[in-house]
Design a protein around this ligand. Sequence first.
Ligand code: HEM
Length: 384
Amino acid sequence: MIKALSVALLLAFELGGATAQTAPAPAPAMPGIQSQNIADVKPEGSQDPAYATQTNGERSKVQPGNNAPVWREVNSGKAGFSSLPVTQAPEAGVLIQPFVQYPGSSLTNAGDAWRQVRNNWLIPYGGSLLLIVLGAIALFHFTVGPLKVKEELTGRKIERFSYFERAAHWANVAAFLALAVSGLVMAFGKFFILPVIGTTLFGWLTYVLKNVHNFAGPLFAVSLLVVIVTFMRDNLPAKGDLNWLLRGGGLFSGHEIDSARYNAGEKVVFWGGVFFLGLIVVVSGLALNKLLPGLSYDRSTMQIAHMVHSVSNLLMLVMFMGHIYLGTLGTKGALEGMRTGYVDETWAEQHHKLWYDDIKAGRIPAQRTRVANASAHTGKPVQA
Ligand code: HEM
């Protein structure tokens, strides 16, 4: 995977370099390409020494219908004429990106290099990574098993998430799920959906999902910022986090390490997955949507944005697969907290002992949301 990432990034920088020398850069010689171009092969018996440099007009006189010179010109990366405004389509006059030579590889078209990175690296290695993580989670579930509440439930509830926190979280989840499903189908659908439903339906499906993806992206961006601001304070690093991480939270020993409102594992997901990767995913996604002001939306920009978007998305997905598992099947009672806003005292004591102690000692209110009758929300009395 590391090799895959480094090659992708290397190519990203190379493509960046290609931007700097966009048309009308001197057309590089294309020996490999021309020798393979059957249409540009001198007909048998032809004595013309200037055959290879003929214009299209000259060529059509000796070989009517042979327009190889046009494609030689197109492949050179030299800008032609286009009625599209340059501000909106900076490379509109260039039909095919200039040829570039990457270290250790043959002369290739930058667009084809990007396609190869996508098809030969991102898709197979990214897909394998997702399957491996899915398998590891399943293995954990069926061997170690989910975290259960060990003591009897008291029936006394503590408010874990306010209305606002839950609304921010679930709005973000809705956008995330729309993006994840549409993104995964666009990337991997041709392997497992296309053979089942055929090209016409798959064409329509990906067309619809691409639009879903484009619209859900900005919604995710806004809700992600709200989530970051809302949950940041209690995710700040604290004493004991390192110990929690070093001992894996006690996940395998069966004795959970004490933690505050969020444990160090949740904090890693917050800072690594939500904050760092989330922001990279959003910025690269907005670039792909052409929504970042001041950026020149030429091909190499889009290719770099696509590769950054794909890699950061795959890593973010991996982190969220862990988060979703622990938030649903992996920790009994966690989903109830995010769904209703309340958790049982026993749950709080077992999973977030320091937070529970603070509530018991009155340092944190057990009920933060102002409600006329707290028991109306839980059906149970709220106690500190
Ligand atoms: C199907 C998807 C998801 C499910 C089922 C889910 C479930 C949960 C649950 C049950 C909790 C409460 C954990 C606790 O009480 O400690 C939680 C917390 C949280 N979730 Fe999710 N979640 C999902 C997706 C997401 C996504 C996409 C994001 C952000 C991009 C996110 C960000 C958070 C944050 C910031 C918290 C607060 C705890 C922390 O900072 O780690 N979740 N989630």
